[in-house]
Design a protein around this ligand. Structure first.
Ligand SMILES: CC(C)(COP(=O)(O)OP(=O)(O)OC[C@H]1O[C@@H](n2cnc3c(N)ncnc32)[C@H](O)[C@@H]1OP(=O)(O)O)[C@@H](O)C(=O)NCCC(=O)NCCS
Length: 177
């Protein structure tokens, strides 16, 4: 158990990618590739400017991925996920910090909607609500009760109908890293 209180998150860098992949593998296991966030990102590659991590004593202990998407070809939205915290550091507030900071960064960047597939009892506290049935579709199956969205601009959800697709060219480049 760490005695360090969770203090801050930072944007992910290109050289965090391997550690983030390992974290996903350790916490989510091989089933992770079937997750909606993986499927949406398939072929579009790397980390985005919205991905964030928590580092403790030089070790990456929590990571949040977020990808800019279009929904029914309309831009201005992001798909959050996965968010993963190492088992020994869960329930210490890292998840909450990452989500809060990622939402804030998305808001500052002018995005109007953040969506995800997850548990409403957890994400509801950040303002995420179940998306009305058949409004938004992901590649592959998704439980409609777990399809959640947070409007960063009032009325944003009403502008989005259709299939979620990753924005190409949204990845951090090696040169910029
Ligand atoms: C889910 C996860 C990201 C939350 O991060 P965290 O740092 O552990 O959570 P926080 O410290 O911010 O919040 C903890 C609270 O959330 C609750 N919580 C965690 N997961 C929850 C869930 N799925 N549903 C409802 N509540 C949940 C905890 O019980 C705890 O409640 P409390 O504050 O009343 O004690 C993390 O536990 C994790 O990585 N879990 C395994 C991987 C996973 O399921 N990831 C989500 C896939 S996208």
């Amino acid at each position: 158990m760490s005695m360090l209180a969770p203090s801050s998150t930072r944007p992910a860098r290109v050289d965090d990618e391997l550690a983030i992949s390992r974290l996903h593998s350790d916490v989510l296991g091989p089933g992770r590739f079937a997750r909606s966030a993986y499927r949406v990102r398939e072929g579009t590659g790397g980390l985005s400017r919205f991905c964030r991590v928590v580092e403790l004593n030089g070790r990456l202990v929590a990571a949040l991925r977020m990808t800019e998407v279009t929904i029914g070809r309309v831009p201005g939205a992001a798909l959050l996920g996965p968010i993963v915290v190492t088992s020994e550091h869960q329930s210490q507030g890292f998840g909450r910090l990452l989500i809060r900071d990622a939402i804030e960064a998305a808001r500052r960047a002018g995005l109007s909607l953040v969506m995800l597939v997850g548990d409403e009892p957890y994400y509801g506290r950040f303002g995420f609500q179940i998306i009305p049935e058949a409004h938004i579709r992901l590649p592959g199956p998704a439980n409609p009760n777990r399809l959640l969205a947070l409007e960063l601009q009032v009325g944003a959800l009403a502008r989005y109908h259709g299939v979620v697709a990753a924005v190409t060219g949204g990845s951090l480049s090696k040169a910029a890293g």
